[in-house]
Structure formats: structure tokens, C-alpha cells
Design a protein around this ligand. Sequence first.
Ligand code: TXA
Ligand code: MG
Length: 349
Amino acid sequence: MAKYSNQKNEIKEEEIEQAAQEIKNGNLVLFPTETVYGIGANALDEVAVKKIFKAKGRASDNPLIVHICNIEMLEKIVKEITDIEKRLIEKFWPGPLTIIFDRKSEKIIPNVVTAGLNTVGIRMPSNKIAKKLIEKAEVPIAAPSANVSGKPSGTNVEDIIEELQDKVEYILDGGSSDIGLESTVIRVENNQINILRPGKITKEELEEVVKNVQVDAHVLGKVEKNEIVSSPGMKYRHYAPNTKCMMVYSKQKEKMINKINEITSQVNEEGKEVLVLGRKNNLEKYISKKKWNIGENLNEIAKNIFTLLRKVDKENVDLVIIEGVGEEELGLAITNRLIRACEYNYIVL
Ligand code: TXA
Ligand code: MG
């Protein structure tokens, strides 16, 4: 059973110190970041990092993000920092942006972290507890999202305590994650930014730094068997509840609502039950008996969605229909998570 920090958002300095000591001892710590919770280990300690893969049941070919607290740590790990990367760091760090760099030839970070790739994903979190934990541990911290592989990422301790409490030495409870979706993951190549995983830092914001920003085809497209992907995480089943889910989206709100009601009545006619997840203002228009509020705007939806996806299996319905949000700004990141939760079962009108 893990040691557990006292108070949400009022974690004491000494508790962070204890957690940092566990990192130094080669153990795992569950900690908050501004995006989602992470399960961290000393990124320089191969044996410790292996414990993360075991705790999550994570495929060994899926690399971890390395979390740092200053630029000196970055310089020790990466081969070079290009001008574009410098500008991105200046604008977005600390914050929810992971940049994939080439690794130094003398490999400071062990191969388990990067799944043997010549690149390494690095980010500097802005969450104060995360920042202090790295500072006090005095080493970079490798950390994937806190969840058993395949499940939605943990955005508060209540959601994940059951599945992870026996697998970590220390839990730092920082309350609900501010953002609720994982960081934007990018790679800069040939003066162009490729978005490998969309997140809070949007395509539109990245375009303020470099005009040419591409969204990887697999962000919204399905990965076929044996297809080569730019980021191993794209291949795996993600976020999907056991209950069948589908996403329905149209730019025209009425069209979307009508379609959702049409599907609901078809399913009801078969004697089956539907749960609709929609924006607060739309809920009264749905004929389904069960409906949940996902939030009023993109920021709220991002914050709520993983917790809601974790709860749907408890409802014992036959189908969950989720309102889509489009692909603009934070919508791209939410859509990327939703279509995976729905296992690509979606309708765009
Ligand atoms: O917000 C976040 O990024 C959270 C918090 C804890 O920092 N972490 C997180 O980690 O979401 P994880 O492991 O759940 O997702 C990392 C993603 C995976 O899809 C992985 O394949 C990709 O980043 N990735 C990591 N290193 C990579 C690399 N060198 N090249 C390509 N993709 C990489
Ligand atoms: Mg994850």
C-alpha cells in the first residue's frame, strides 16, 4: 500500500521530499501534472523504469516521456536544440508540450525509456508539485499517464487509486488536473512541426511559431495492422470503455441532435438503453432517459471527459452516444481521444 500525501493542493514540502526520496530509491510515485497524473520513476535508472511498464501493463515498444525542471537537464539528454525548438521552448515551457528530440550518442537515458529509439520525448511540466518533485529528486523523471494501459488517463486520484495504489510507493494528491488531456506531442523536422498527439497546445498556437504545422495522419485516421507509425502510442487501444460507444458530430447543432435522437429511438425499439453525453445546453433536447453533461465549452469537456469515460461502464447501458466537438483548437485533441474511446465508431454529418 502506498504512502499517501495529506491534503489536496496543500501538499507539504516534506511530503514532496519523501516522494522525491522514493524516486531516488528507485521506486514509483504517482504525481499530478497540469495535463493528467503521471506514474514517475528516475529516468536514469533502468530497473526503476521497468517497474512502470510492469505497473501499467504497457508494451515495451511504447516509449515514455521524460519530465525535466530546467534546461540544463535537457542539454544533458539531447543531441541539439534547433532554433525552432528554442522558440517553442521559450513560448510553451513550462507547460503541456512534449518535444521529440534526437538523443545524444552517449545514451544518458536508458533504452527502456525510449523503447530503443534514437529520439526521446521531453517536457517541462508547469504544475508546481511536479516541478518541485523533479527538483528535489534531482533527476529527470520518466512518466507515462497514470492508468492501466488502455484505460483513460487519470485526472484525479479517486479515479485511479484502486488500479494503482498497490503499484506505487507514494501518491501525491494535487486535486483535479487543470487540463484533463495529455500533452501535445510534436516533432520538428525540416523546419516543419508535426503533431503526433494533439493536446492543449493547439495547431493554431503552434502556427504562431512556425507556419508549417502538419497533423499526423494517424491523429484522426485509423492505424492499420503492421502500419508504421511516427509515435508508437498511436498503435494501441486507448480510452475505450467496455460499453459500446459512438461519436456523432455535425457543425449544425440541430442535425447532430436529431441524428443522436434517431439512433436512440432505434436502439430503444430493440429494448436496449442509451446514455447520451452532451453539452449542458443540449441535454434537454435528447429523448434518451439517461444523459450526462460533458461541459459547456472545450476546456470543460477536456477536463471532464476521462472521468466520464471511466464511469460509463457502471451504468449498464447498451450504447453510449457522445457529441463530437469538431477539430478546431482544443477540439482536435478531444476528437482524437473520443474516436479512440469509440474505437473509430463515429458519424460526421
Ligand atoms: O501529458 C502527458 O504527456 C502525460 C503526463 C504524465 O506528462 N504523459 C503521457 O505519457 O501522456 P504517455 O506515456 O501516456 O504518452 C506518451 C506518448 C505515447 O503515445 C508515446 O508513444 C509518445 O508519447 N512518445 C514518447 N516518446 C516518443 C518518441 N521518442 N517518439 C515518438 N513518440 C513518443
Ligand atoms: Mg497514456
